[in-house]
Design a protein around this ligand. Structure first.
Ligand SMILES: Cc1cc2nc3c(=O)[nH]c(=O)nc-3n(C[C@H](O)[C@H](O)[C@H](O)COP(=O)(O)O)c2cc1C
Length: 196
């Protein structure tokens, strides 16, 4: 069966994004592996807003009623059907651009992407198993990798993904660095990575 890949593009700079360049190389490799359907979601264009108090209350009531046809669940339903997730996001302010946080709010829909077990443990309702996170940064990230850590924790602990991997290029905005050499190294890493 075809691998259902959902590519979530959280790159804000739509014309010269280095993160997007790495993500496209990864997608090319995933497609070359065999039968794959890639759905692209560009968050800059996505009609999603931060959840308001009304949204949160309505979502809870709809979930209680089992009324999952509402648009409030559309992002969550789409993600729950993906086998493989590719998320591309530049490193902004120690994490990622805010639209990705908005997207994550929409994904965490009880009854669609996860449920709580009787013991109160989040249990996945998603079919996905592989998460790839692609990022670039102006400086060096070190231990302050809050963006990937948050996404990885959500996808593994709530959405049941078994494998999470991050591809990155760092130090791209340091003017004494050779930006193209850093990108070439990151692209070579993607080319040689074991993806299964
Ligand atoms: C709003 C904003 C916040 C940023 N925050 C950081 C940061 O906290 N640390 C860092 O190393 N680089 C930071 N950068 C630099 C970006 O991580 C870097 O330019 C990245 O490669 C951008 O990705 P892109 O080429 O895909 O747009 C920031 C850039 C912007 C525009």
């Amino acid at each position: 069966m075809a691998d259902n890949i959902l590519y979530v593009d959280a790159c804000v700079n739509r014309s010269t994004s280095r993160t997007e360049r790495l993500a496209q190389a990864l997608l090319a490799r995933l497609k070359a592996q065999g039968d794959a359907n890639v759905t692209t979601l560009i968050l800059e264009d996505a009609p999603i807003a931060p959840l308001s108090g009304d949204d949160v209350n309505r979502r809870f009531e709809l979930a209680h009623a089992g009324a999952f046809d509402d648009d409030l669940f559309s992002m969550a339903k789409q993600m729950s059907q993906a086998d493989t997730m590719v998320i591309a996001a530049p490193y902004w302010d120690l994490s990622f651009p805010s639209k990705l946080k908005v997207y994550l709010e929409h994904l965490c829909a009880q009854g669609v992407t996860f449920r709580y077990s009787e013991q109160g443990v989040p249990t996945s309702l998603c079919r996905g198993k592989r998460l790839y996170y692609v990022t670039t940064s102006g400086g060096y990230v070190g231990d302050l990798d809050f963006g990937y850590q948050q996404v990885k924790a959500l996808f593994t602990l709530f959405f049941g993904f078994e494998r999470a991997e991050c591809f990155r290029a760092e130090g791209l905005d340091i003017i004494t660095n050779d930006e193209e050499a850093i990108m070439a190294e990151a692209l070579a890493g993607i080319e040689s990575a074991q993806l299964d």
